[in-house]
Design a protein around this ligand. Structure first.
Ligand SMILES: [Zn+2]
Ligand SMILES: [Zn+2]
Length: 231
């Protein structure tokens, strides 16, 4: 097990949410209320299910319902990531996630509808992070200041108990089976190797999705199923 995972596990054990948020900042790039909520939710779920190790070997699965900041907190704390197949993504656009064991039993935390200003920065000098993201017209100095102010605020948000922010319910989720290491094919069009389960059949050829023109793509707006015009 890597030292990094041990460090995360130790911080979960010791309820060191500050430390978990700090580590989340290393992958997320900044501190924001969304990723902070992810840390709070994931820490609560790990404790509640009594999970002590997170090896990213699909013994536990995180089912996230948003591809935003929140889910980076979840990935860091649970160890279930985009790359290790322990993360399942449901494109619902909700600040929610479920942590489930291999049999699909676990808990779902979803943002309460009535938290009002609970997570709001009340300092007069506080500047909106969403303004920074939506308007994109801040100078580098303003951007740095907003990021710094938000960082301070996020460590205060960590004081709010999970039950005040999230509804917690027991769930049973239908999970896909364990992942398998699949064989590769070489695309006859571009000559690149690709996973055999992704092949697009065109005539009597098996093309990679890029050349075959049929694939799913995930971007900030969600999952899209794309079908390129054939030339
Ligand atoms: Zn963020
Ligand atoms: Zn190709």
């Amino acid at each position: 097990m890597s030292d990094t995972i041990r460090e995360v596990e130790k911080k979960i054990e010791e309820n060191d949410l500050d430390g978990l948020l700090y580590l989340t900042g290393l992958i997320h790039g900044h501190h924001c209320v969304g990723s902070t909520m992810g840390v709070i939710a994931a820490h609560h779920a790990m404790k509640k299910l009594g999970i002590r190790e997170s090896t990213g070997m699909e013994h536990i699965i995180a089912v996230v319902e948003t591809n935003s900041c929140f889910s980076d907190g979840v990935q860091l704390v649970t160890g279930c990531t985009f790359g290790n197949n322990s993360l399942v993504y449901h494109d619902y656009g909700k600040t929610a996630f479920s942590l489930v064991k291999r049999n699909g039993e676990g808990i779902r935390l979803s943002r309460k509808q009535d938290i009002g200003d609970l997570l709001k920065d009340r300092r007069p000098e506080a500047l909106s992070f969403s303004k920074l993201v939506n308007e994109r017209d801040a100078t580098p100095e303003e951007e740095a200041r907003i990021i710094e102010l938000n960082k301070e605020h996020c460590y205060n948000v960590l004081e709010v108990p999970a039950e005040k922010i999230f509804d917690v319910e027991e769930v049973k989720v239908d999970l896909p089976g364990y992942s398998r290491i699949l064989g590769s094919l070489v695309c006859p069009s571009c000559g690149e190797k690709f996973m055999e389960n992704k092949a697009v059949e065109k005539g009597d050829e098996l093309l990679c999705p890029d050349c075959g023109g049929e694939y799913g793509a995930l971007d900030w707006d969600g999952i899209h199923f794309l079908c390129k015009e054939s030339e």
